[in-house]
Design a protein around this ligand. Structure first.
Ligand code: PDD
Length: 287
């Protein structure tokens, strides 16, 4: 079979299988209750971008909901590498999901059932994404999520609804608000460059996911001499900002040029956003 015809290969509980054969029982608790967690790491060539902090957050999310981590750091990395190799992936993401396991549908189950592990890759044009040239539009929506948003839970219904709203509005992302204050994007961390030229994003708490890209971008921003503040900011402050962007494993640093139909500054990606994207990608590719 030629590479073009080769089936996508997924990983399920120790086995590498063609996607169509990669299945879990319907009594999987991830399927029934959203009882599981996930991670997404970007892949560029043979590099796994910020993989260690992603795997550290995976461990932290598992601990937070009382699922034992079925693999060591080295084992996770080995499976990721093998999966990427089997799929011939050179640009995209590798997805990991761990659910509490399979059991009769009851809200609780014995604490020691075996977790289910599912992994797959997705091809994505993350490097030369044309949207980064012009910047993207976003809308704001109410944040409907639960109170432990620091856990990377697969219970993503609120985000799915927010993303559908964004899609219907023809924009790239939904920025979630709580009483007029930005929490984060439906699948990203939101930053602004304030009218005073300060880089601002929310501080970490149970209200937001501790973004891995967020942390790298903040470090790089400080290294370039930018003043960084971790504090809440309102939708109004975002609209009046010099620059707005969001970060995630699958978008890196994405310039936002329009919020709820209103232009940010001159409606073009700002210099700080462009610089941070460039230095983030330089570091990611050089390591
Ligand atoms: N989402 N906030 C939320 C709610 C997210 O879902 C994500 C990532 C982020 C950014 O985190 P990181 O920089 O570690 O990717 C912030 C992933 C990409 C997803 O769900 O596909």
């Amino acid at each position: 079979m030629s590479a073009a015809q080769a089936p996508r290969i997924a990983y399920v509980n120790g086995r590498y299988l063609p996607l169509a054969e990669a299945t879990l029982p319907i009594m999987d608790r991830g399927f029934l209750f959203g009882d599981g967690i996930y991670e997404v790491t970007a892949v560029l060539g043979d590099r796994f971008i910020d993989n260690e902090p992603h795997l550290a957050r995976l461990d932290r999310s598992l601990k937070a909901i009382g699922i034992r981590n079925p693999h060591t750091l080295d084992e996770w990395t080995e499976i990721q590498r093998e999966l990427v190799k089997r799929n011939g992936l050179t640009q995209g993401i590798v997805y990991i999901e761990v659910t509490r396991g399979t059991y009769e549908r009851e809200f609780t189950c014995p604490e020691d059932i075996a977790p289910n592990v599912v992994m797959f890759t997705q091809v994505k044009n993350i490097l030369a994404n044309p949207a980064t040239e012009k910047g993207v539009a976003v809308i704001t929506v109410n944040d409907l999520r639960w109170a432990r948003r620091d856990i990377k839970s697969v219970a993503l219904l609120a985000q799915v609804l927010a993303k559908f709203e964004a899609k219907r509005a023809g924009v790239a992302e939904a920025v979630m608000l709580e009483e007029g204050v930005v929490t984060e994007g439906a699948s990203s961390t939101v930053f602004i460059v304030s009218s005073a030229g300060v880089l601002v994003t929310r501080a970490l708490s149970t209200s937001v996911l501790p973004g891995v890209t967020r942390s790298s971008v903040m470090r790089l921003a400080r290294e370039t001499g930018l003043h960084v503040e971790e504090r809440p900011f309102t939708r109004q402050e975002m609209l009046a900002a010099r620059e707005v962007f969001y970060t995630s494993a699958s978008s890196f640093v994405m310039p936002v040029v329009e919020v709820d139909g209103e232009k940010i500054a001159d409606g073009r990606p700002g210099p700080i956003t462009k610089k941070l994207r460039t230095i983030y990608l330089d570091e990611a590719q050089r390591g």
